[in-house]
Ligand binder design. Structure first.
Ligand code: ZN
Length: 312
């Protein structure tokens, strides 16, 4: 054990000399050529932190080398686009993401990767009790096979769209609520169905009378419509940059696959098709394959457009 001491003391003196050399070099640079001093690009979330289940907007400033950066956080790739002189990317913390500090990696600015901390705020999710028809709560073998097929259909529609993803979003204004009424169940709520089945709610329920107008939350393209076992008559819209919205339990579908829709355009009428306790709109949102809180795409996009109009 004793013969490790000289190694430690040698390492310590080598470290101190290197530190002195580094400070000396840095000081010299500052005196002689301030322009070569490295300034780390600034990367920040518009809202400082991202809440569990919510979308967040990341802004990267001072990286004007003309090459679009790449990045990653929460195991998902960041897709940067340009707006008001900055690189912007959308991110989302899953409803089950651990709260606290996570690391975001950015490539393509420096030769090596850059790391930035991103804070995830914990959220207290609601609890809901509901009762539906037995066959809906506990589907049989045939129904389970149908649900699986329909989930695969949705996933493959998203996959196809992500392959053709463009360099800019399809929208140039904030997202709006597809129905303006009371929220009857929140995103991520813990649900107990028919006293036995437990799961998390992956969208937002908004009160809507049968036949009420349901509009596109933003501009985009209809990528899937259908009458599915769980979500009933459904419309899915791709808004670009990996953002998708879903309108479920409709009594009528008013848009076609491949149709370009504008924000506020009618996509269907509210109803109670599929697994629903009564007429309402189940509004879903995704960033790529991950479900996110639809309310957050409204608030975050509002904050984003306010931010870029302030900069102009
Ligand atoms: Zn719902």
């Amino acid at each position: 054990m004793t013969d490790t001491a000289p190694i430690i003391s040698y390492a310590r003196s080598a470290f101190l000399s290197l530190t002195a050399l580094f400070i000396f070099t840095l000081t010299n640079y500052q005196i002689d050529s301030p322009s070569v001093i490295y300034s780390r690009p600034e990367v920040a979330l518009l809202s400082n932190e991202v809440t569990q289940g919510d979308m967040g907007v990341i802004e990267l400033k001072g990286a004007a080398n003309g090459k679009t950066p790449e990045g990653e956080i929460f195991g998902t790739k960041l897709r940067f686009f340009t707006a008001a002189g900055s690189y912007i990317a959308l991110t989302a913390a899953g409803m089950e993401e651990t709260s606290g500090t996570h690391m975001m990696t950015i490539h393509g600015i420096e030769e090596h990767a850059l790391y930035y901390p991103v804070k995830v705020a914990a959220k207290e999710f609601d609890s809901t009790i509901l009762n539906v028809k037995r066959r809906m709560a506990f589907p049989g073998k045939k129904e389970r096979a149908r649900i699986k097929r329909e989930n695969e259909l949705v996933a493959s529609a998203i996959e196809d769209r992500l392959k053709k993803i463009g360099k800019a979003p399809a929208w140039d204004g904030p997202f709006i609520m597809p129905v303006t009424d009371k929220i009857t169940d929140t995103f991520g709520s813990w649900r107990v169905m028919n006293k036995k089945k437990e799961y998390r709610h992956n969208g937002l329920d908004i009160r809507a009378k049968n036949g009420a107008r349901v509009v596109a939350a933003n501009s985009g393209e209809v990528v899937l419509t259908g009458d599915f076992y769980l979500t009933g008559k459904t419309v899915i819209v791709d808004h670009g940059m990996g953002v998708f919205t879903t309108y479920a339990h409709l009594s009528r579908i008013s848009a076609d696959i491949g149709e370009k829709v504008e924000r506020g355009q009618l996509v269907g009428r509210a109803g109670a098709t599929g697994r629903a306790t009564g007429p309402h709109l189940h509004w879903g949102a995704r960033l790529e394959y991950n479900f996110i809180n639809p309310e957050s795409i409204v608030t975050e996009s509002e904050a984003f457009f306010k931010h870029i109009s302030d900069k102009r």
